[in-house]
Design a protein around this ligand. Structure first.
Ligand code: PMP
Length: 351
């Protein structure tokens, strides 16, 4: 018998429509350099896949500690930050206590809460996409919330919430998760607070800096908090190939990561300008590796027409307050140019 909790859920859907230019999942558009791929192959040849991986990913946590400038004991790893979101939802508070997050946002916060039968308290953002503080405080008090998730910057609105508002919510006694999946494109962090407070953790991921395929998410927190959440972790959650690949890329591929992030920031500027010049398009400022834009025509039609032209973006128009909005990831220069060209064409046709 399947639980009612599960049967009333809808499985997580991501955009899988085939397209020549895929700008729908906020991945890094650049592939690893050949030299790095060769080094990965050499390292992978040495491993015996018949053996279980290191259950605690000791060496990888050491390397990540160097990368993020924290002690390895301040790091907990997940099979993507998705898994860490789930572990936090399992571990913080009791299941009859709610989980707060501003909406629209990354859907895993709500999915994890509902999987566990917890109250998912999504409070709509203001028109400028910042947190509605009075409504949030009322809602989290009414629903006895103990855990808060903030996508910082927020996916899909691309902005950073006010730090002060986040702190005001935390002051209500909520364990606060700052999901910094897009940290490399915003440069803003709560890392210092996560290292010094029992009620704050930061999430990072390798998915947005070139390694979405290997599924490595990182929680940065005080050692005592890491120790507790670690109890919810499945053994061997980071596969052997993932550990090997991440170690190689984070030791020998740092220039690649840094250069790639800088290129994305350059391209983001151009994409923003390009979008703002298209008639019937309103583009919102971005601190991430994607841009949200609104079209003066039906967004689902824009999405469909772009697919016909070989370009895949994400239709966000079904979400509250995001009527006629679409999200585009920053791609390679030629992909962005093609996207802009095709969008202009589609807008001319539909306006
Ligand atoms: N958090 C946010 C805000 C995201 O946008 C995403 C991915 N789109 C994730 C977490 C999940 O990342 P991962 O690939 O590490 O599971």
């Amino acid at each position: 018998m399947i639980s009612k909790r599960i049967s009333k859920l809808v499985a997580y859907k991501t955009e899988t429509t085939p397209a020549k230019v895929r700008l729908s999942s906020n991945e890094l558009p650049f592939d690893l350099p050949e030299s790095l791929k060769k080094e990965i192959s050499r390292e992978l040849e040495k491993v015996q896949l018949g053996r279980y991986p290191d259950p605690n990913s000791e060496e990888l946590r050491e390397v990540l500690g160097g990368f993020f400038k924290v002690n390895p004991t301040n790091i907990l790893l997940g099979n993507g930050s998705d898994e860490l979101i789930y572990y936090l939802s399992i571990s913080v508070g009791e299941f009859n206590q709610g989980i707060y997050f501003p909406v629209p946002t990354f859907p895993m916060y709500e999915i994890s809460a509902k999987l566990l039968g917890r109250q998912a308290v999504g409070v709509p953002l203001l028109r400028d996409f910042d947190i509605d503080l009075p409504t949030s405080i009322k809602a989290l008090e009414e629903n006895e919330c103990v855990l808060a998730f903030f996508s910082y910057p927020n996916n899909p609105t691309a902005n950073l919430f006010s730090r002060e508002k986040i702190k005001s919510i935390r002051e209500k006694g909520l364990f606060t998760v700052i999901d910094e999946a897009y940290y490399h494109y915003s440069g803003e962090s709560f890392q210092e607070e996560a290292l010094n407070r029992e009620d704050t953790v930061v999430l990072r991921t390798l998915s947005k800096i070139g390694l979405a395929g290997i599924r490595v998410g990182i929680m940065i927190a005080k050692e005592s908090v890491v120790g507790e959440i670690n109890k919810a972790r499945l053994p061997f959650n980071i596969t052997l190939p993932s550990q090997v690949i991440a170690k190689v890329v984070l030791t020998k591929g740092r220039d690649f990561i840094e250069d790639s992030a800088n290129r994305v920031l350059e391209e983001r500027k151009k994409l923003y300008k390009g979008l703002s010049e298209i008639e019937g398009v309103e583009v919102f400022p971005s601190r991430a590796n994607f841009l949200l834009f609104r079209t003066g025509v039906d967004a689902s039609s824009v999405h469909r027409e772009l697919v016909k032209e070989g370009v895949l973006v994400r239709d966000m128009s079904h979400l509250p307050a995001l009527d006629n909005c679409l999200r585009v990831s920053v791609g390679k220069e030629e992909e962005n140019s093609l996207f802009l060209e095709k969008l202009s064409l589609v807008m001319k046709k539909l306006l």
